[in-house]
Design a protein around this ligand. Structure first.
Ligand code: KG4
Ligand code: ZN
Length: 337
């Protein structure tokens, strides 16, 4: 089954063509980083406008790269929740129009279900059940993946997402957007032990919740007291700030994997592209006898191949959305009672 995937929930306009939820024939992403960089974060109205300009060319590019026509597509999958409403609507309306003119089946995909599915596009995907750490610009949660259609959120962040902590930290340091990428790069030359940042929610807490807003505040206090450093001191500050985020993510994931008796763990979402997180997770895995699965860095950040992969499983189960499929800005994953 050949699926055309569409993604426009935030600041990436993406289209992809994936066969049988596994084989990527085309994966096109138009990034809006340049549009939002000067504001230090995504401006929703500008995102909607850029999606409108990009969506048709991106779909055309995906078809061209795959060397297929619309008549050779078996189904269409589109992110319909959660995300920026104006942004979601652009991909959704495009997908509906394509479904209507081609008569092909349509399914809506939850954006996080998409992130969870990126790893199935790798040569060696995780078995079921497994634990997933979703770390993106909008979400940070630990999820038990029992099956493609059965995911349960065990805990999430109480305040900022991990990606938000990177982005807000970078903004505070005047480093631009998206902050995670810049901090990751600068941190490579820095000492992660240079500045002692708080590692919130690790000590007394056994739950799966996270909190990152205190870390951001302590960076603010640090900058107020010492100013924004340059050169080596800036690299040290970035490395220390990044290390605080990574340590909390890894500690919680290890603890919950043990509690849930799950020995296979995937990390996904934009922050899973972070080199320190990938390295720390692999080191922890070796120590705990866990197997860790991470999508390639380009499939950690938003893309449509992951949406096509997730949509494939919905289509195979016989799911079909009508042309009344709606965009929903906020839609939590099912939680454990
Ligand atoms: O998954 P994603 O593309 O969009 C959302 O669904 O939110 O994630 C974007 C987030 C941004 O916060 C960005 O700063 C972060 O992922 N990110 C990174 C890295 N690359 C992207 N964070 C840390 N290190 C990276 N290398
Ligand atoms: Zn995302």
């Amino acid at each position: 089954m050949r699926v055309l995937g569409l993604e426009s929930s935030c600041d990436e306009t993406a289209a992809a063509i994936v066969d049988d939820g596994r084989l990527v024939r085309a994966d096109v992403v138009a990034s809006q980083n340049e549009v939002h960089a000067r504001y230090g974060g995504v401006v929703p109205e500008l995102a909607s406008r850029a999606h409108i300009l990009n969506v048709v060319p991106v779909v055309q590019a995906a078809l061209e790269r795959a060397g297929v026509g619309l008549e050779q597509i078996d189904g269409i999958a589109v992110t319909n929740a959660p995300g920026l409403i104006g942004a979601l609507l652009v991909g959704l309306q495009t997908a509906k129009a394509l479904a209507w003119v081609t008569g092909k089946p349509l399914v809506g995909v939850h954006h996080l279900e998409g992130h969870l599915s990126a790893v199935y596009l790798e040569p060696n995907p995780p078995p079921m059940p497994h634990l997933a750490l979703i770390v993106s610009g909008g979400h940070t949660s630990l999820v038990r993946v029992n099956d493609h259609a059965d995911v349960v959120e065990l805990g999430a962040t109480r305040d900022d997402a991990a990606g938000e902590a990177f982005d807000k930290g970078a903004k505070l340091l005047g480093l631009g957007y998206p902050g995670g990428v810049v901090i990751d790069k600068l941190a490579q030359a820095g000492d992660p032990a240079a500045v002692p940042f708080p590692k919130a929610m690790t000590a007394g807490s056994t739950g799966a919740e996270f909190s990152f807003s205190g870390l951001k505040t302590s960076l603010l206090h640090h900058v107020r007291a010492h100013g924004i450093p340059e050169g080596q001191a800036l690299a040290d500050l970035c490395a220390s700030y990044q290390a605080a985020i990574v340590e909390v993510l890894v500690r919680k994931t290890r603890r919950i994997a043990q509690r849930e008796r799950l020995s296979h763990v995937q990390i996904c979402g934009g922050v899973a592209a972070n080199s320190a997180l990938r390295a720390a997770m692999r080191a922890a895995a070796a120590a705990d006898d866990l197997t860790v699965y991470v999508p390639s860095p380009a499939r950690c950040t938003d893309n449509a191949a992951m949406i096509a992969a997730a949509g494939y499983h919905r289509l195979v189960r016989g799911e079909r959305a009508g042309l009344d499929l709606d965009a929903v800005p906020s839609m939590p994953l099912p939680r454990r009672a």
